[in-house]
Each structure stands twice: as C-alpha cells, then as structure tokens.
Write a protein that binds this ligand. Structure first.
Ligand code: ADP
Ligand code: MG
Length: 526
C-alpha cells in the first residue's frame, strides 16, 4: 500500500513507492512486540536442567536436535525484523560469552512484554527506555554483589562447566569427567589469567559413548597418510607444514614433449624423475619425518618419501595446517627453495587411528601441547553434534570464569537477588521512570519462573518461596540435583555461573527490548 504524504498541485504526492508496506504508531509497536515475544517464547522450554530439546528440520530434511538457544534461533527461519532482533540478542551473547543464550533471549522477550504493559498505561517509550537503561545499571551492580568471594580454582571451574552442561543429556559420572576435560583444556592454554582460545579446538567422532570423550594435548587432523604403506605412528617426529604442491612444476599448462626417439623419451622422463627426487631430497635433508601439505603430492614423490620412511598428508585443511604449525612450532612453507631446519616443528607422536570408515591423525605431546583438542565422542551424529555444542559452551564459561575471576550462584539465585536489588532501588527513582525500573525487576524474575515451570512446579509458589528464602539467607535458587528440584542455596551443590553471562544477558536483552519499544513506524519495501 502506498503512503500518501501530501498534495502537490492537486496531485497526490507519494513519497514511498507504491508497493511499500507501512504500519505505524500503536500497530507497529504491538506487532513488533508480539513478534519479539513469540521468538523468545519459543526457546523458553529449553532453559535449565529440566529444559527440553528441540528438533529442527530444514527444507532439505536436515535434522538438528539441540537445547542450545542460539542454535535453535539460528536454525529457525525467522523473517519478522523485530523477531530478528531477539535472534541477534542470542547471537551477541554467543559471540561475547558463548553461553546464556536462552537466558538472554527469554529476558529480552519478558522485557518486551513488560514494556507493552507500560505502553498500555500510556507510559512514553522514551521513559521506558530511560528506566530500562537505569535498571540495567543497577542490575550490573547487583551482579557485583552476588559474586562469590572465593578463589576461582579448578574445583570451582569444574562446577561452572558442569552447571553449563546440566540438562544437555550429559548426566551422572560423565558430566563430572567431561567437566574435568574442559577445565584441563582451558588451563592448558591459559597464561596469567588470559586464555588463548585459538589454541582450543573441538572435533567430533561417532562410534563410542560420550564418556570416551578425551582431551588430546595437541592437534587432531581429519586426514590419513597418503599411502597405506606409510607408518601409522611416528615417535619424536620432525614435522614440516607446506603450502606447496609436491610434484613437477608444470604450472597450469600441460607440458607436451615432442619426442622422436626412445632415447629422448627416457631422457625427458629421467629429468622429471630427477626433479622429483631432488624435491624429496630437500625434505629428507632436514630429517623430516612427517609432512603436512595443503596442496597435492605427486604419487612418485609419495613413493620416494615413503621409501625414506617419511609420512605425508596431502590436501590438509588450511585451518588444520595452521593448527599443526602453531602447535608444533613449524613454519608454513610456501616455497621449497626457502625450506630449512628453522621451519621444522616437533611433537612426541604423530599417530593415525581408525574409527569405522574414518582415519584420524593425532599430533600429540612435546611442543604440540601448546594446543589442545577436545575429542568429542558419541554414539551417533546427532549425539556428538549436540555434545560438541554443549562442550563448546562449557569451554566458554570456564574461559569467562578464568578470565574475570567472577562467579555467581546459578539456579535463578542471581536473578532473584538482581530483581530484589532493582526493585528496592526503584523506590528512589523519580516519576514514571520508576514504573519502568520496577517492570525491569519483574522481567528478571522470568529466569527463576521459567526454571520452575520447566521443572514442573508452580511458578508463583516457587517465586514466593524463593523470595522468602532470599530474604532470610540472602541466597536462594531452584536447585535441581539428581532429578529433584528444591529451593535452596545453589553454591554447596556446585550450581554456579560466570558473572559475565548475567551481565551480558542483562545488557543485550535490555538494549534489544528498548530498541524494539522505541519503534513506532515500520516501513518496508516490497
Ligand atoms: P542458557 O542458554 O541460558 O545457558 P541453559 O539451558 O544452559 O540456558 O540454562 C542455564 C540456567 O540453568 C542457568 O540459570 C543455570 O544457573 C541453571 N542451572 C544449571 N544447572 C542447574 C541445576 N543443577 N539446578 C538448577 N539450575 C541450574
Ligand atoms: Mg547454558
């Protein structure tokens, strides 16, 4: 529908094209808020230890089964622009922290719902925006206050990891072991409180139970040696990483020989042969035992290398080549002329294992321990994929906890404390902004409320109990242990989250909600 903007010499003046769609005022707000709320609502049932999973089926029939908020929202085909902003909240949370994506989007949805009520009471959007911003600041202060006054040691980090994994199908003994693996990985690449997360990789391999997931101190490359005759295991290898085709330098042009005699033919072949031999010699001259190249290796070079006991891998992924080079101290060699001993890296072993139809190579130990790989195992493709997402979240929360040294109680206890703090501070806020600050506090309750709903308990009763317990002891969450959910202090049960998860959730959710609430006009080109 075209928008008539005025009259010009008796003719209607169209500022917008005739096909553009426009909704404005209250209609625009209502539809934006409804869309944002709906998207947030769609992930709500996955929150917490009793949260359920979603199965997402794409047009092409690909199936993803997940409990991860950001993954669900990314896989959903969301078109509404305001709804997209909630997806962005989850994406931001994923990028900045790597966990808490459901929390952040659920909070954003609830902030929108509260804003809608305020708009219905004729509170101006600007007042809501100011109130929410102020409340977000108070909420951040509250996070400082609830932060635990303890050393962030390995035990606590394992609790942080395990808390992020609960409800993701990794129960019991496995969760404890996985948490240990994750903390081990982060600690390996941490120096003075800074985690070099480029050096942590996760890779997946089906065919064993998730309890077989292990920490590889080194790099995992999804490749097998070029020739079956090459060794499957090399101790103390000298390692070279090439970005060079190991063959005759024909360039892109096919070389044609004009030959008139058998002698000439054998001469040509000999010269090619000697070029290839020279190439192999250059490699063996540096006592190289293992070669990774991102390019191709000529069959004859492969045989020559094999004869000298060298194991070669061709067409290695660029990322894998980078990881091997970085971990082993090898240089990336772009031209064989420049190759010398300085470019050679090392490790304790290079070993190729067979998993069903797959062969996977491990570059482990020694210099290679500058990198780690969480080698994720599971019975099926869907299981390993979800476990990889879960462990990736766990790596992220442990990283956040190590880097900030700030850990807060989980199970909704932080949110109860934040809401309480914001509600009390609201009393001191002048005018109608006070309503917005109070509304923000009520919105934060969505986290314990949802944990209660997902655990099958009455959310109102749970909130009443949680607040009472919070007033009495200063810390109250809805803690699930061994499938039993009860109000109590989550800390002794090891239910703890990094403080940054809460901060980022509060900040990105309130930004998105205020941005959506301010919009009173949606103009869309067809
Ligand atoms: P998110 O995507 O927001 O990380 P999760 O499904 O991972 O969503 O749930 C995180 C919430 O679950 C956090 O509030 C965390 O404190 C809580 N939680 C984790 N473990 C437990 C537990 N054992 N009992 C109660 N709550 C828990
Ligand atoms: Mg989580």
């Amino acid at each position: 529908m075209a928008e008539r903007q005025g009259q010009l010499g008796g003719q209607p003046l169209f500022v917008l094209s005739e096909d553009s769609q426009r909704t404005s005022g209250k209609d625009a707000q209502t539809s934006n808020i409804a869309a944002g709320k709906a998207v947030a609502e769609s992930v709500r049932t996955t929150l917490g230890p009793r949260g359920m999973d979603k199965m997402l089926v794409s047009d092409s029939g690909d199936v993803v089964i997940t409990n991860d908020g950001a993954t669900i929202l990314d896989e959903m085909d969301i078109e509404h622009p305001a709804a997209q902003m909630i997806v962005e909240v989850a994406d931001t949370q994923e990028e900045e922290i790597g966990d808490g994506t459901t929390t952040a989007s659920v909070l954003a949805g609830r902030l929108l719902a509260q804003a809608e009520e305020l708009l219905d009471q004729d509170v101006h959007p600007t007042t809501i925006v100011e109130g929410y911003h102020h409340a977000a600041e108070i909420a951040n202060e509250a996070v400082d206050e609830v932060a635990l006054d303890v050393d962030v040691d390995d035990d606590l980090l394992e609790q942080v990891a395990e808390s992020s994994m609960t409800g993701k199908g990794t129960g019991g003994i496995t969760a404890g072991r996985l948490a240990e693996t994750v903390v081990g990985a982060v600690r390996r690449v941490e120096h003075d409180g800074v985690v070099d997360d480029d050096r942590i990789a996760l890779s997946t391999q089906v065919g064993a139970s998730s309890s077989a997931t292990e920490l590889i101190e080194g790099v995992v490359v999804d490749e097998e040696p070029l020739l079956a005759a090459m060794a499957r295991s090399v101790d103390d290898p000298r390692i070279a990483v090439f970005d060079v085709e190991l063959g005759v330098r024909t360039g892109d042009v096919d070389v044609e020989y004009e030959l008139d005699s058998v002698d000439q033919l054998s001469a040509a072949m000999e010269s090619e042969e000697s070029e290839l031999r020279e190439l192999a010699d250059r490699i063996t001259a540096e006592d190289v035992d293992v070669v990774f190249t991102t390019d191709d290796v000529d069959d004859r070079v492969a045989s020559l290398l094999e004869a000298e006991g060298v194991v070669a891998f061709e067409d290695v992924d660029d990322d894998d080549a980078t990881a091997v080079a970085r971990a082993t101290g090898a240089g990336r060699v772009g031209s064989l002329e420049d190759f010398d001993g300085d470019d050679v890296g090392s490790a304790d072993t290079v070993r190729t294992d067979t998993f069903g139809d797959d062969e996977v190579t491990f570059v482990e130990g020694g210099a290679a321990t500058q990198a780690v790989n969480v080698f994720v195992r599971g019975g099926t493709e869907h299981v390993v994929d979800e476990l990889e997402r879960t462990l990736s979240d766990a790596v992220n929360v442990v990283t956040a906890a190590v880097e900030t040294g700030e850990v807060v109680p989980g199970a909704g206890a932080s949110e109860i404390a934040i809401a309480d703090h914001v509600r009390r501070e609201a009393a001191g806020v002048e005018g109608r902004r006070q309503l917005a600050v109070e509304a923000f506090a009520d919105a934060v309750d969505i986290v314990p409320r949802t944990l209660a709903e997902n655990a099958g308990t009455d959310p109102i009763d749970a909130l009443v109990d949680l607040r009472a317990e919070h007033d009495e002891s200063g810390r109250a969450g809805l803690v699930t242990v061994d499938g039993e959910t009860a109000v109590g202090d989550p800390v002794p049960d090891g239910v703890v989250d990094p403080a940054t998860v809460k901060r980022e959730a509060v900040d990105s959710a309130s930004e998105a909600a205020t941005m959506i609430a301010r919009i009173d006009d949606v103009i869309a080109a067809e």
